[in-house]
Design a protein around this ligand. Structure first.
Ligand SMILES: Cc1ncc(C[n+]2csc(CCOP(=O)(O)OP(=O)(O)O)c2C)c(N)n1
Ligand SMILES: [Mg+2]
Length: 370
């Protein structure tokens, strides 16, 4: 099969396709949301390098893909994350305070320290907890979408995953069940070129990831993932289709992970600088900025002042969360049984003895090998 790459904005910001129906205000909001992802990632990576948070996986280069596609979801819809959609969740209502508390795994962390950091969740905006286990969110999201259909709800489930996750069992069973059941979901594959050190060319023999949709009996589309307008328009079409009862689609957003897989990865070990440079020239923020400036929706110098505002909002929250206490030890034994049973109470007493003898772990203690 040959697939045509859907594009609306050229890298120089020129409009070459049919622009989606978005107001000037919405276009500016899209830019601010993308910029927030960039600034937030930069801040988190600095904190990690300074030993103040344990682990970070950035979305640098993917801002258009995750923000543009998620912008097409309604508040009643759900977003099932792969590994990098935390910024989209902030756009949909995850408070910055909760985002940063989760990075510190402190007393305000809604995951209560039971996730490693940089694994978000937010009940209020229908954002289930991440799973690092690749592909497991796919059948979960399909099941939730099917349940919505059975209940007669008109919500749609956006199920995100990476190029690497297309090799997981969850991808195949999820796609198959969703198409057979006409579940109201959209599969959003963020093809960012790499699955840690495995290049996307080595992940599949198919010409395009979008071709995979054909095998399951659903439409598939390949989109320039660095073009925020194309990401929005194509995801919106798939969402509208799902909401109308016509079933799922696969939307493949072709983009590039500019930094390492995570703060524990050194990408120079497995990829060429020339490849990274070629994608830097297609930066999604610069592309959209050029378009907005040409349309006079953004002043040429406005990005810098927007960045300053976003940075100070984020920094205020960082200071607040750094000052928060750690999660109380007793939460280790809570939430499973209505009352803490005897064997857990015994274990808890043993933890307390160790904590009294050795003290609590300090920020920066421990290391994650990935
Ligand atoms: C089942 C499983 N196998 C292996 C891993 C180790 N692992 C973590 S991330 C990752 C690559 C994911 O690549 P991709 O799906 O393309 O997402 P990206 O990190 O590029 O966003 C792997 C293999 C895992 N977490 N779970
Ligand atoms: Mg990937």
């Amino acid at each position: 099969m040959t697939t045509t790459l859907q594009r609306i904005l050229e890298p120089d910001g020129r409009l070459v396709g049919e622009a989606p129906d978005l107001s000037d205000e919405q276009l500016r909001a899209l830019f601010t949301h993308m910029l927030r992802v960039r600034v937030l990632d930069e801040r988190m990576l600095k904190l990690q390098r300074a030993g103040r948070v344990g682990f970070v996986g950035t979305a640098k280069g993917l801002e258009a893909a995750i923000v543009g596609s998620a912008f097409a979801l309604e508040p009643r819809d759900w977003l099932w994350s792969g590994l990098r959609e935390g910024g989209a969740a902030v756009m949909r209502g995850l408070p910055l305070a909760e985002y940063i508390a989760q990075m510190y795994c402190n007393a305000n962390d809604t995951a209560k320290g039971r996730q490693m950091c940089n694994h978000f969740q937010h009940k209020g905006s229908h954002y289930p907890s991440w799973s690092s286990v690749i592909g497991t969110q796919i059948p979960h999201g399909v099941g939730a979408a099917y349940a919505a259909k059975v209940r007669g709800s008109d919500e749609v489930h956006g199920i995100y995953f990476g190029d690497g996750a297309t090799s997981s069992n969850g991808f195949h069973s999820g796609m198959n069940f969703a198409a057979v059941w006409k579940a109201p979901c959209v599969f959003v594959c963020v093809d960012n070129g790499w699955a840690i050190s495995v290049c996307n060319r080595d992940q599949t023999a198919a010409e395009s990831y979008a071709d995979k949709a054909d095998a399951y009996g659903m439409p598939g589309v390949e989109v320039d993932g660095n073009d925020v307008l194309a990401c929005y328009r194509e995801t919106k079409r798939a969402i509208d289709r799902a909401r109308s009862g016509a079933g799922p689609s696969l939307v493949v957003l072709k983009t590039y992970r500019m930094l390492g897989h995570s703060s524990s990865d050194d990408p120079t070990k497995y990829r060429d600088a020339a490849e990274v440079d070629s994608w830097a020239a297609r930066d999604p923020l610069e592309r959209f900025e050029r378009y907005l400036v040409a349309r006079k929706l953004l002043q040429p110098s406005e990005r810098a002042s927007l960045e300053d505002t976003l940075t100070s909002e984020i920094d205020t929250e960082i200071h607040r969360q750094e000052a928060a206490p750690p999660m109380a030890l007793k939460t280790l034994v809570e939430d499973v049984y209505a009352e803490v049973p005897r064997h857990l109470r015994r274990q808890y007493n043993a933890f307390i003895t160790v904590a009294e003898r050795l003290g609590h772990a300090q920020k920066g203690d421990g290391a994650f090998p990935l």
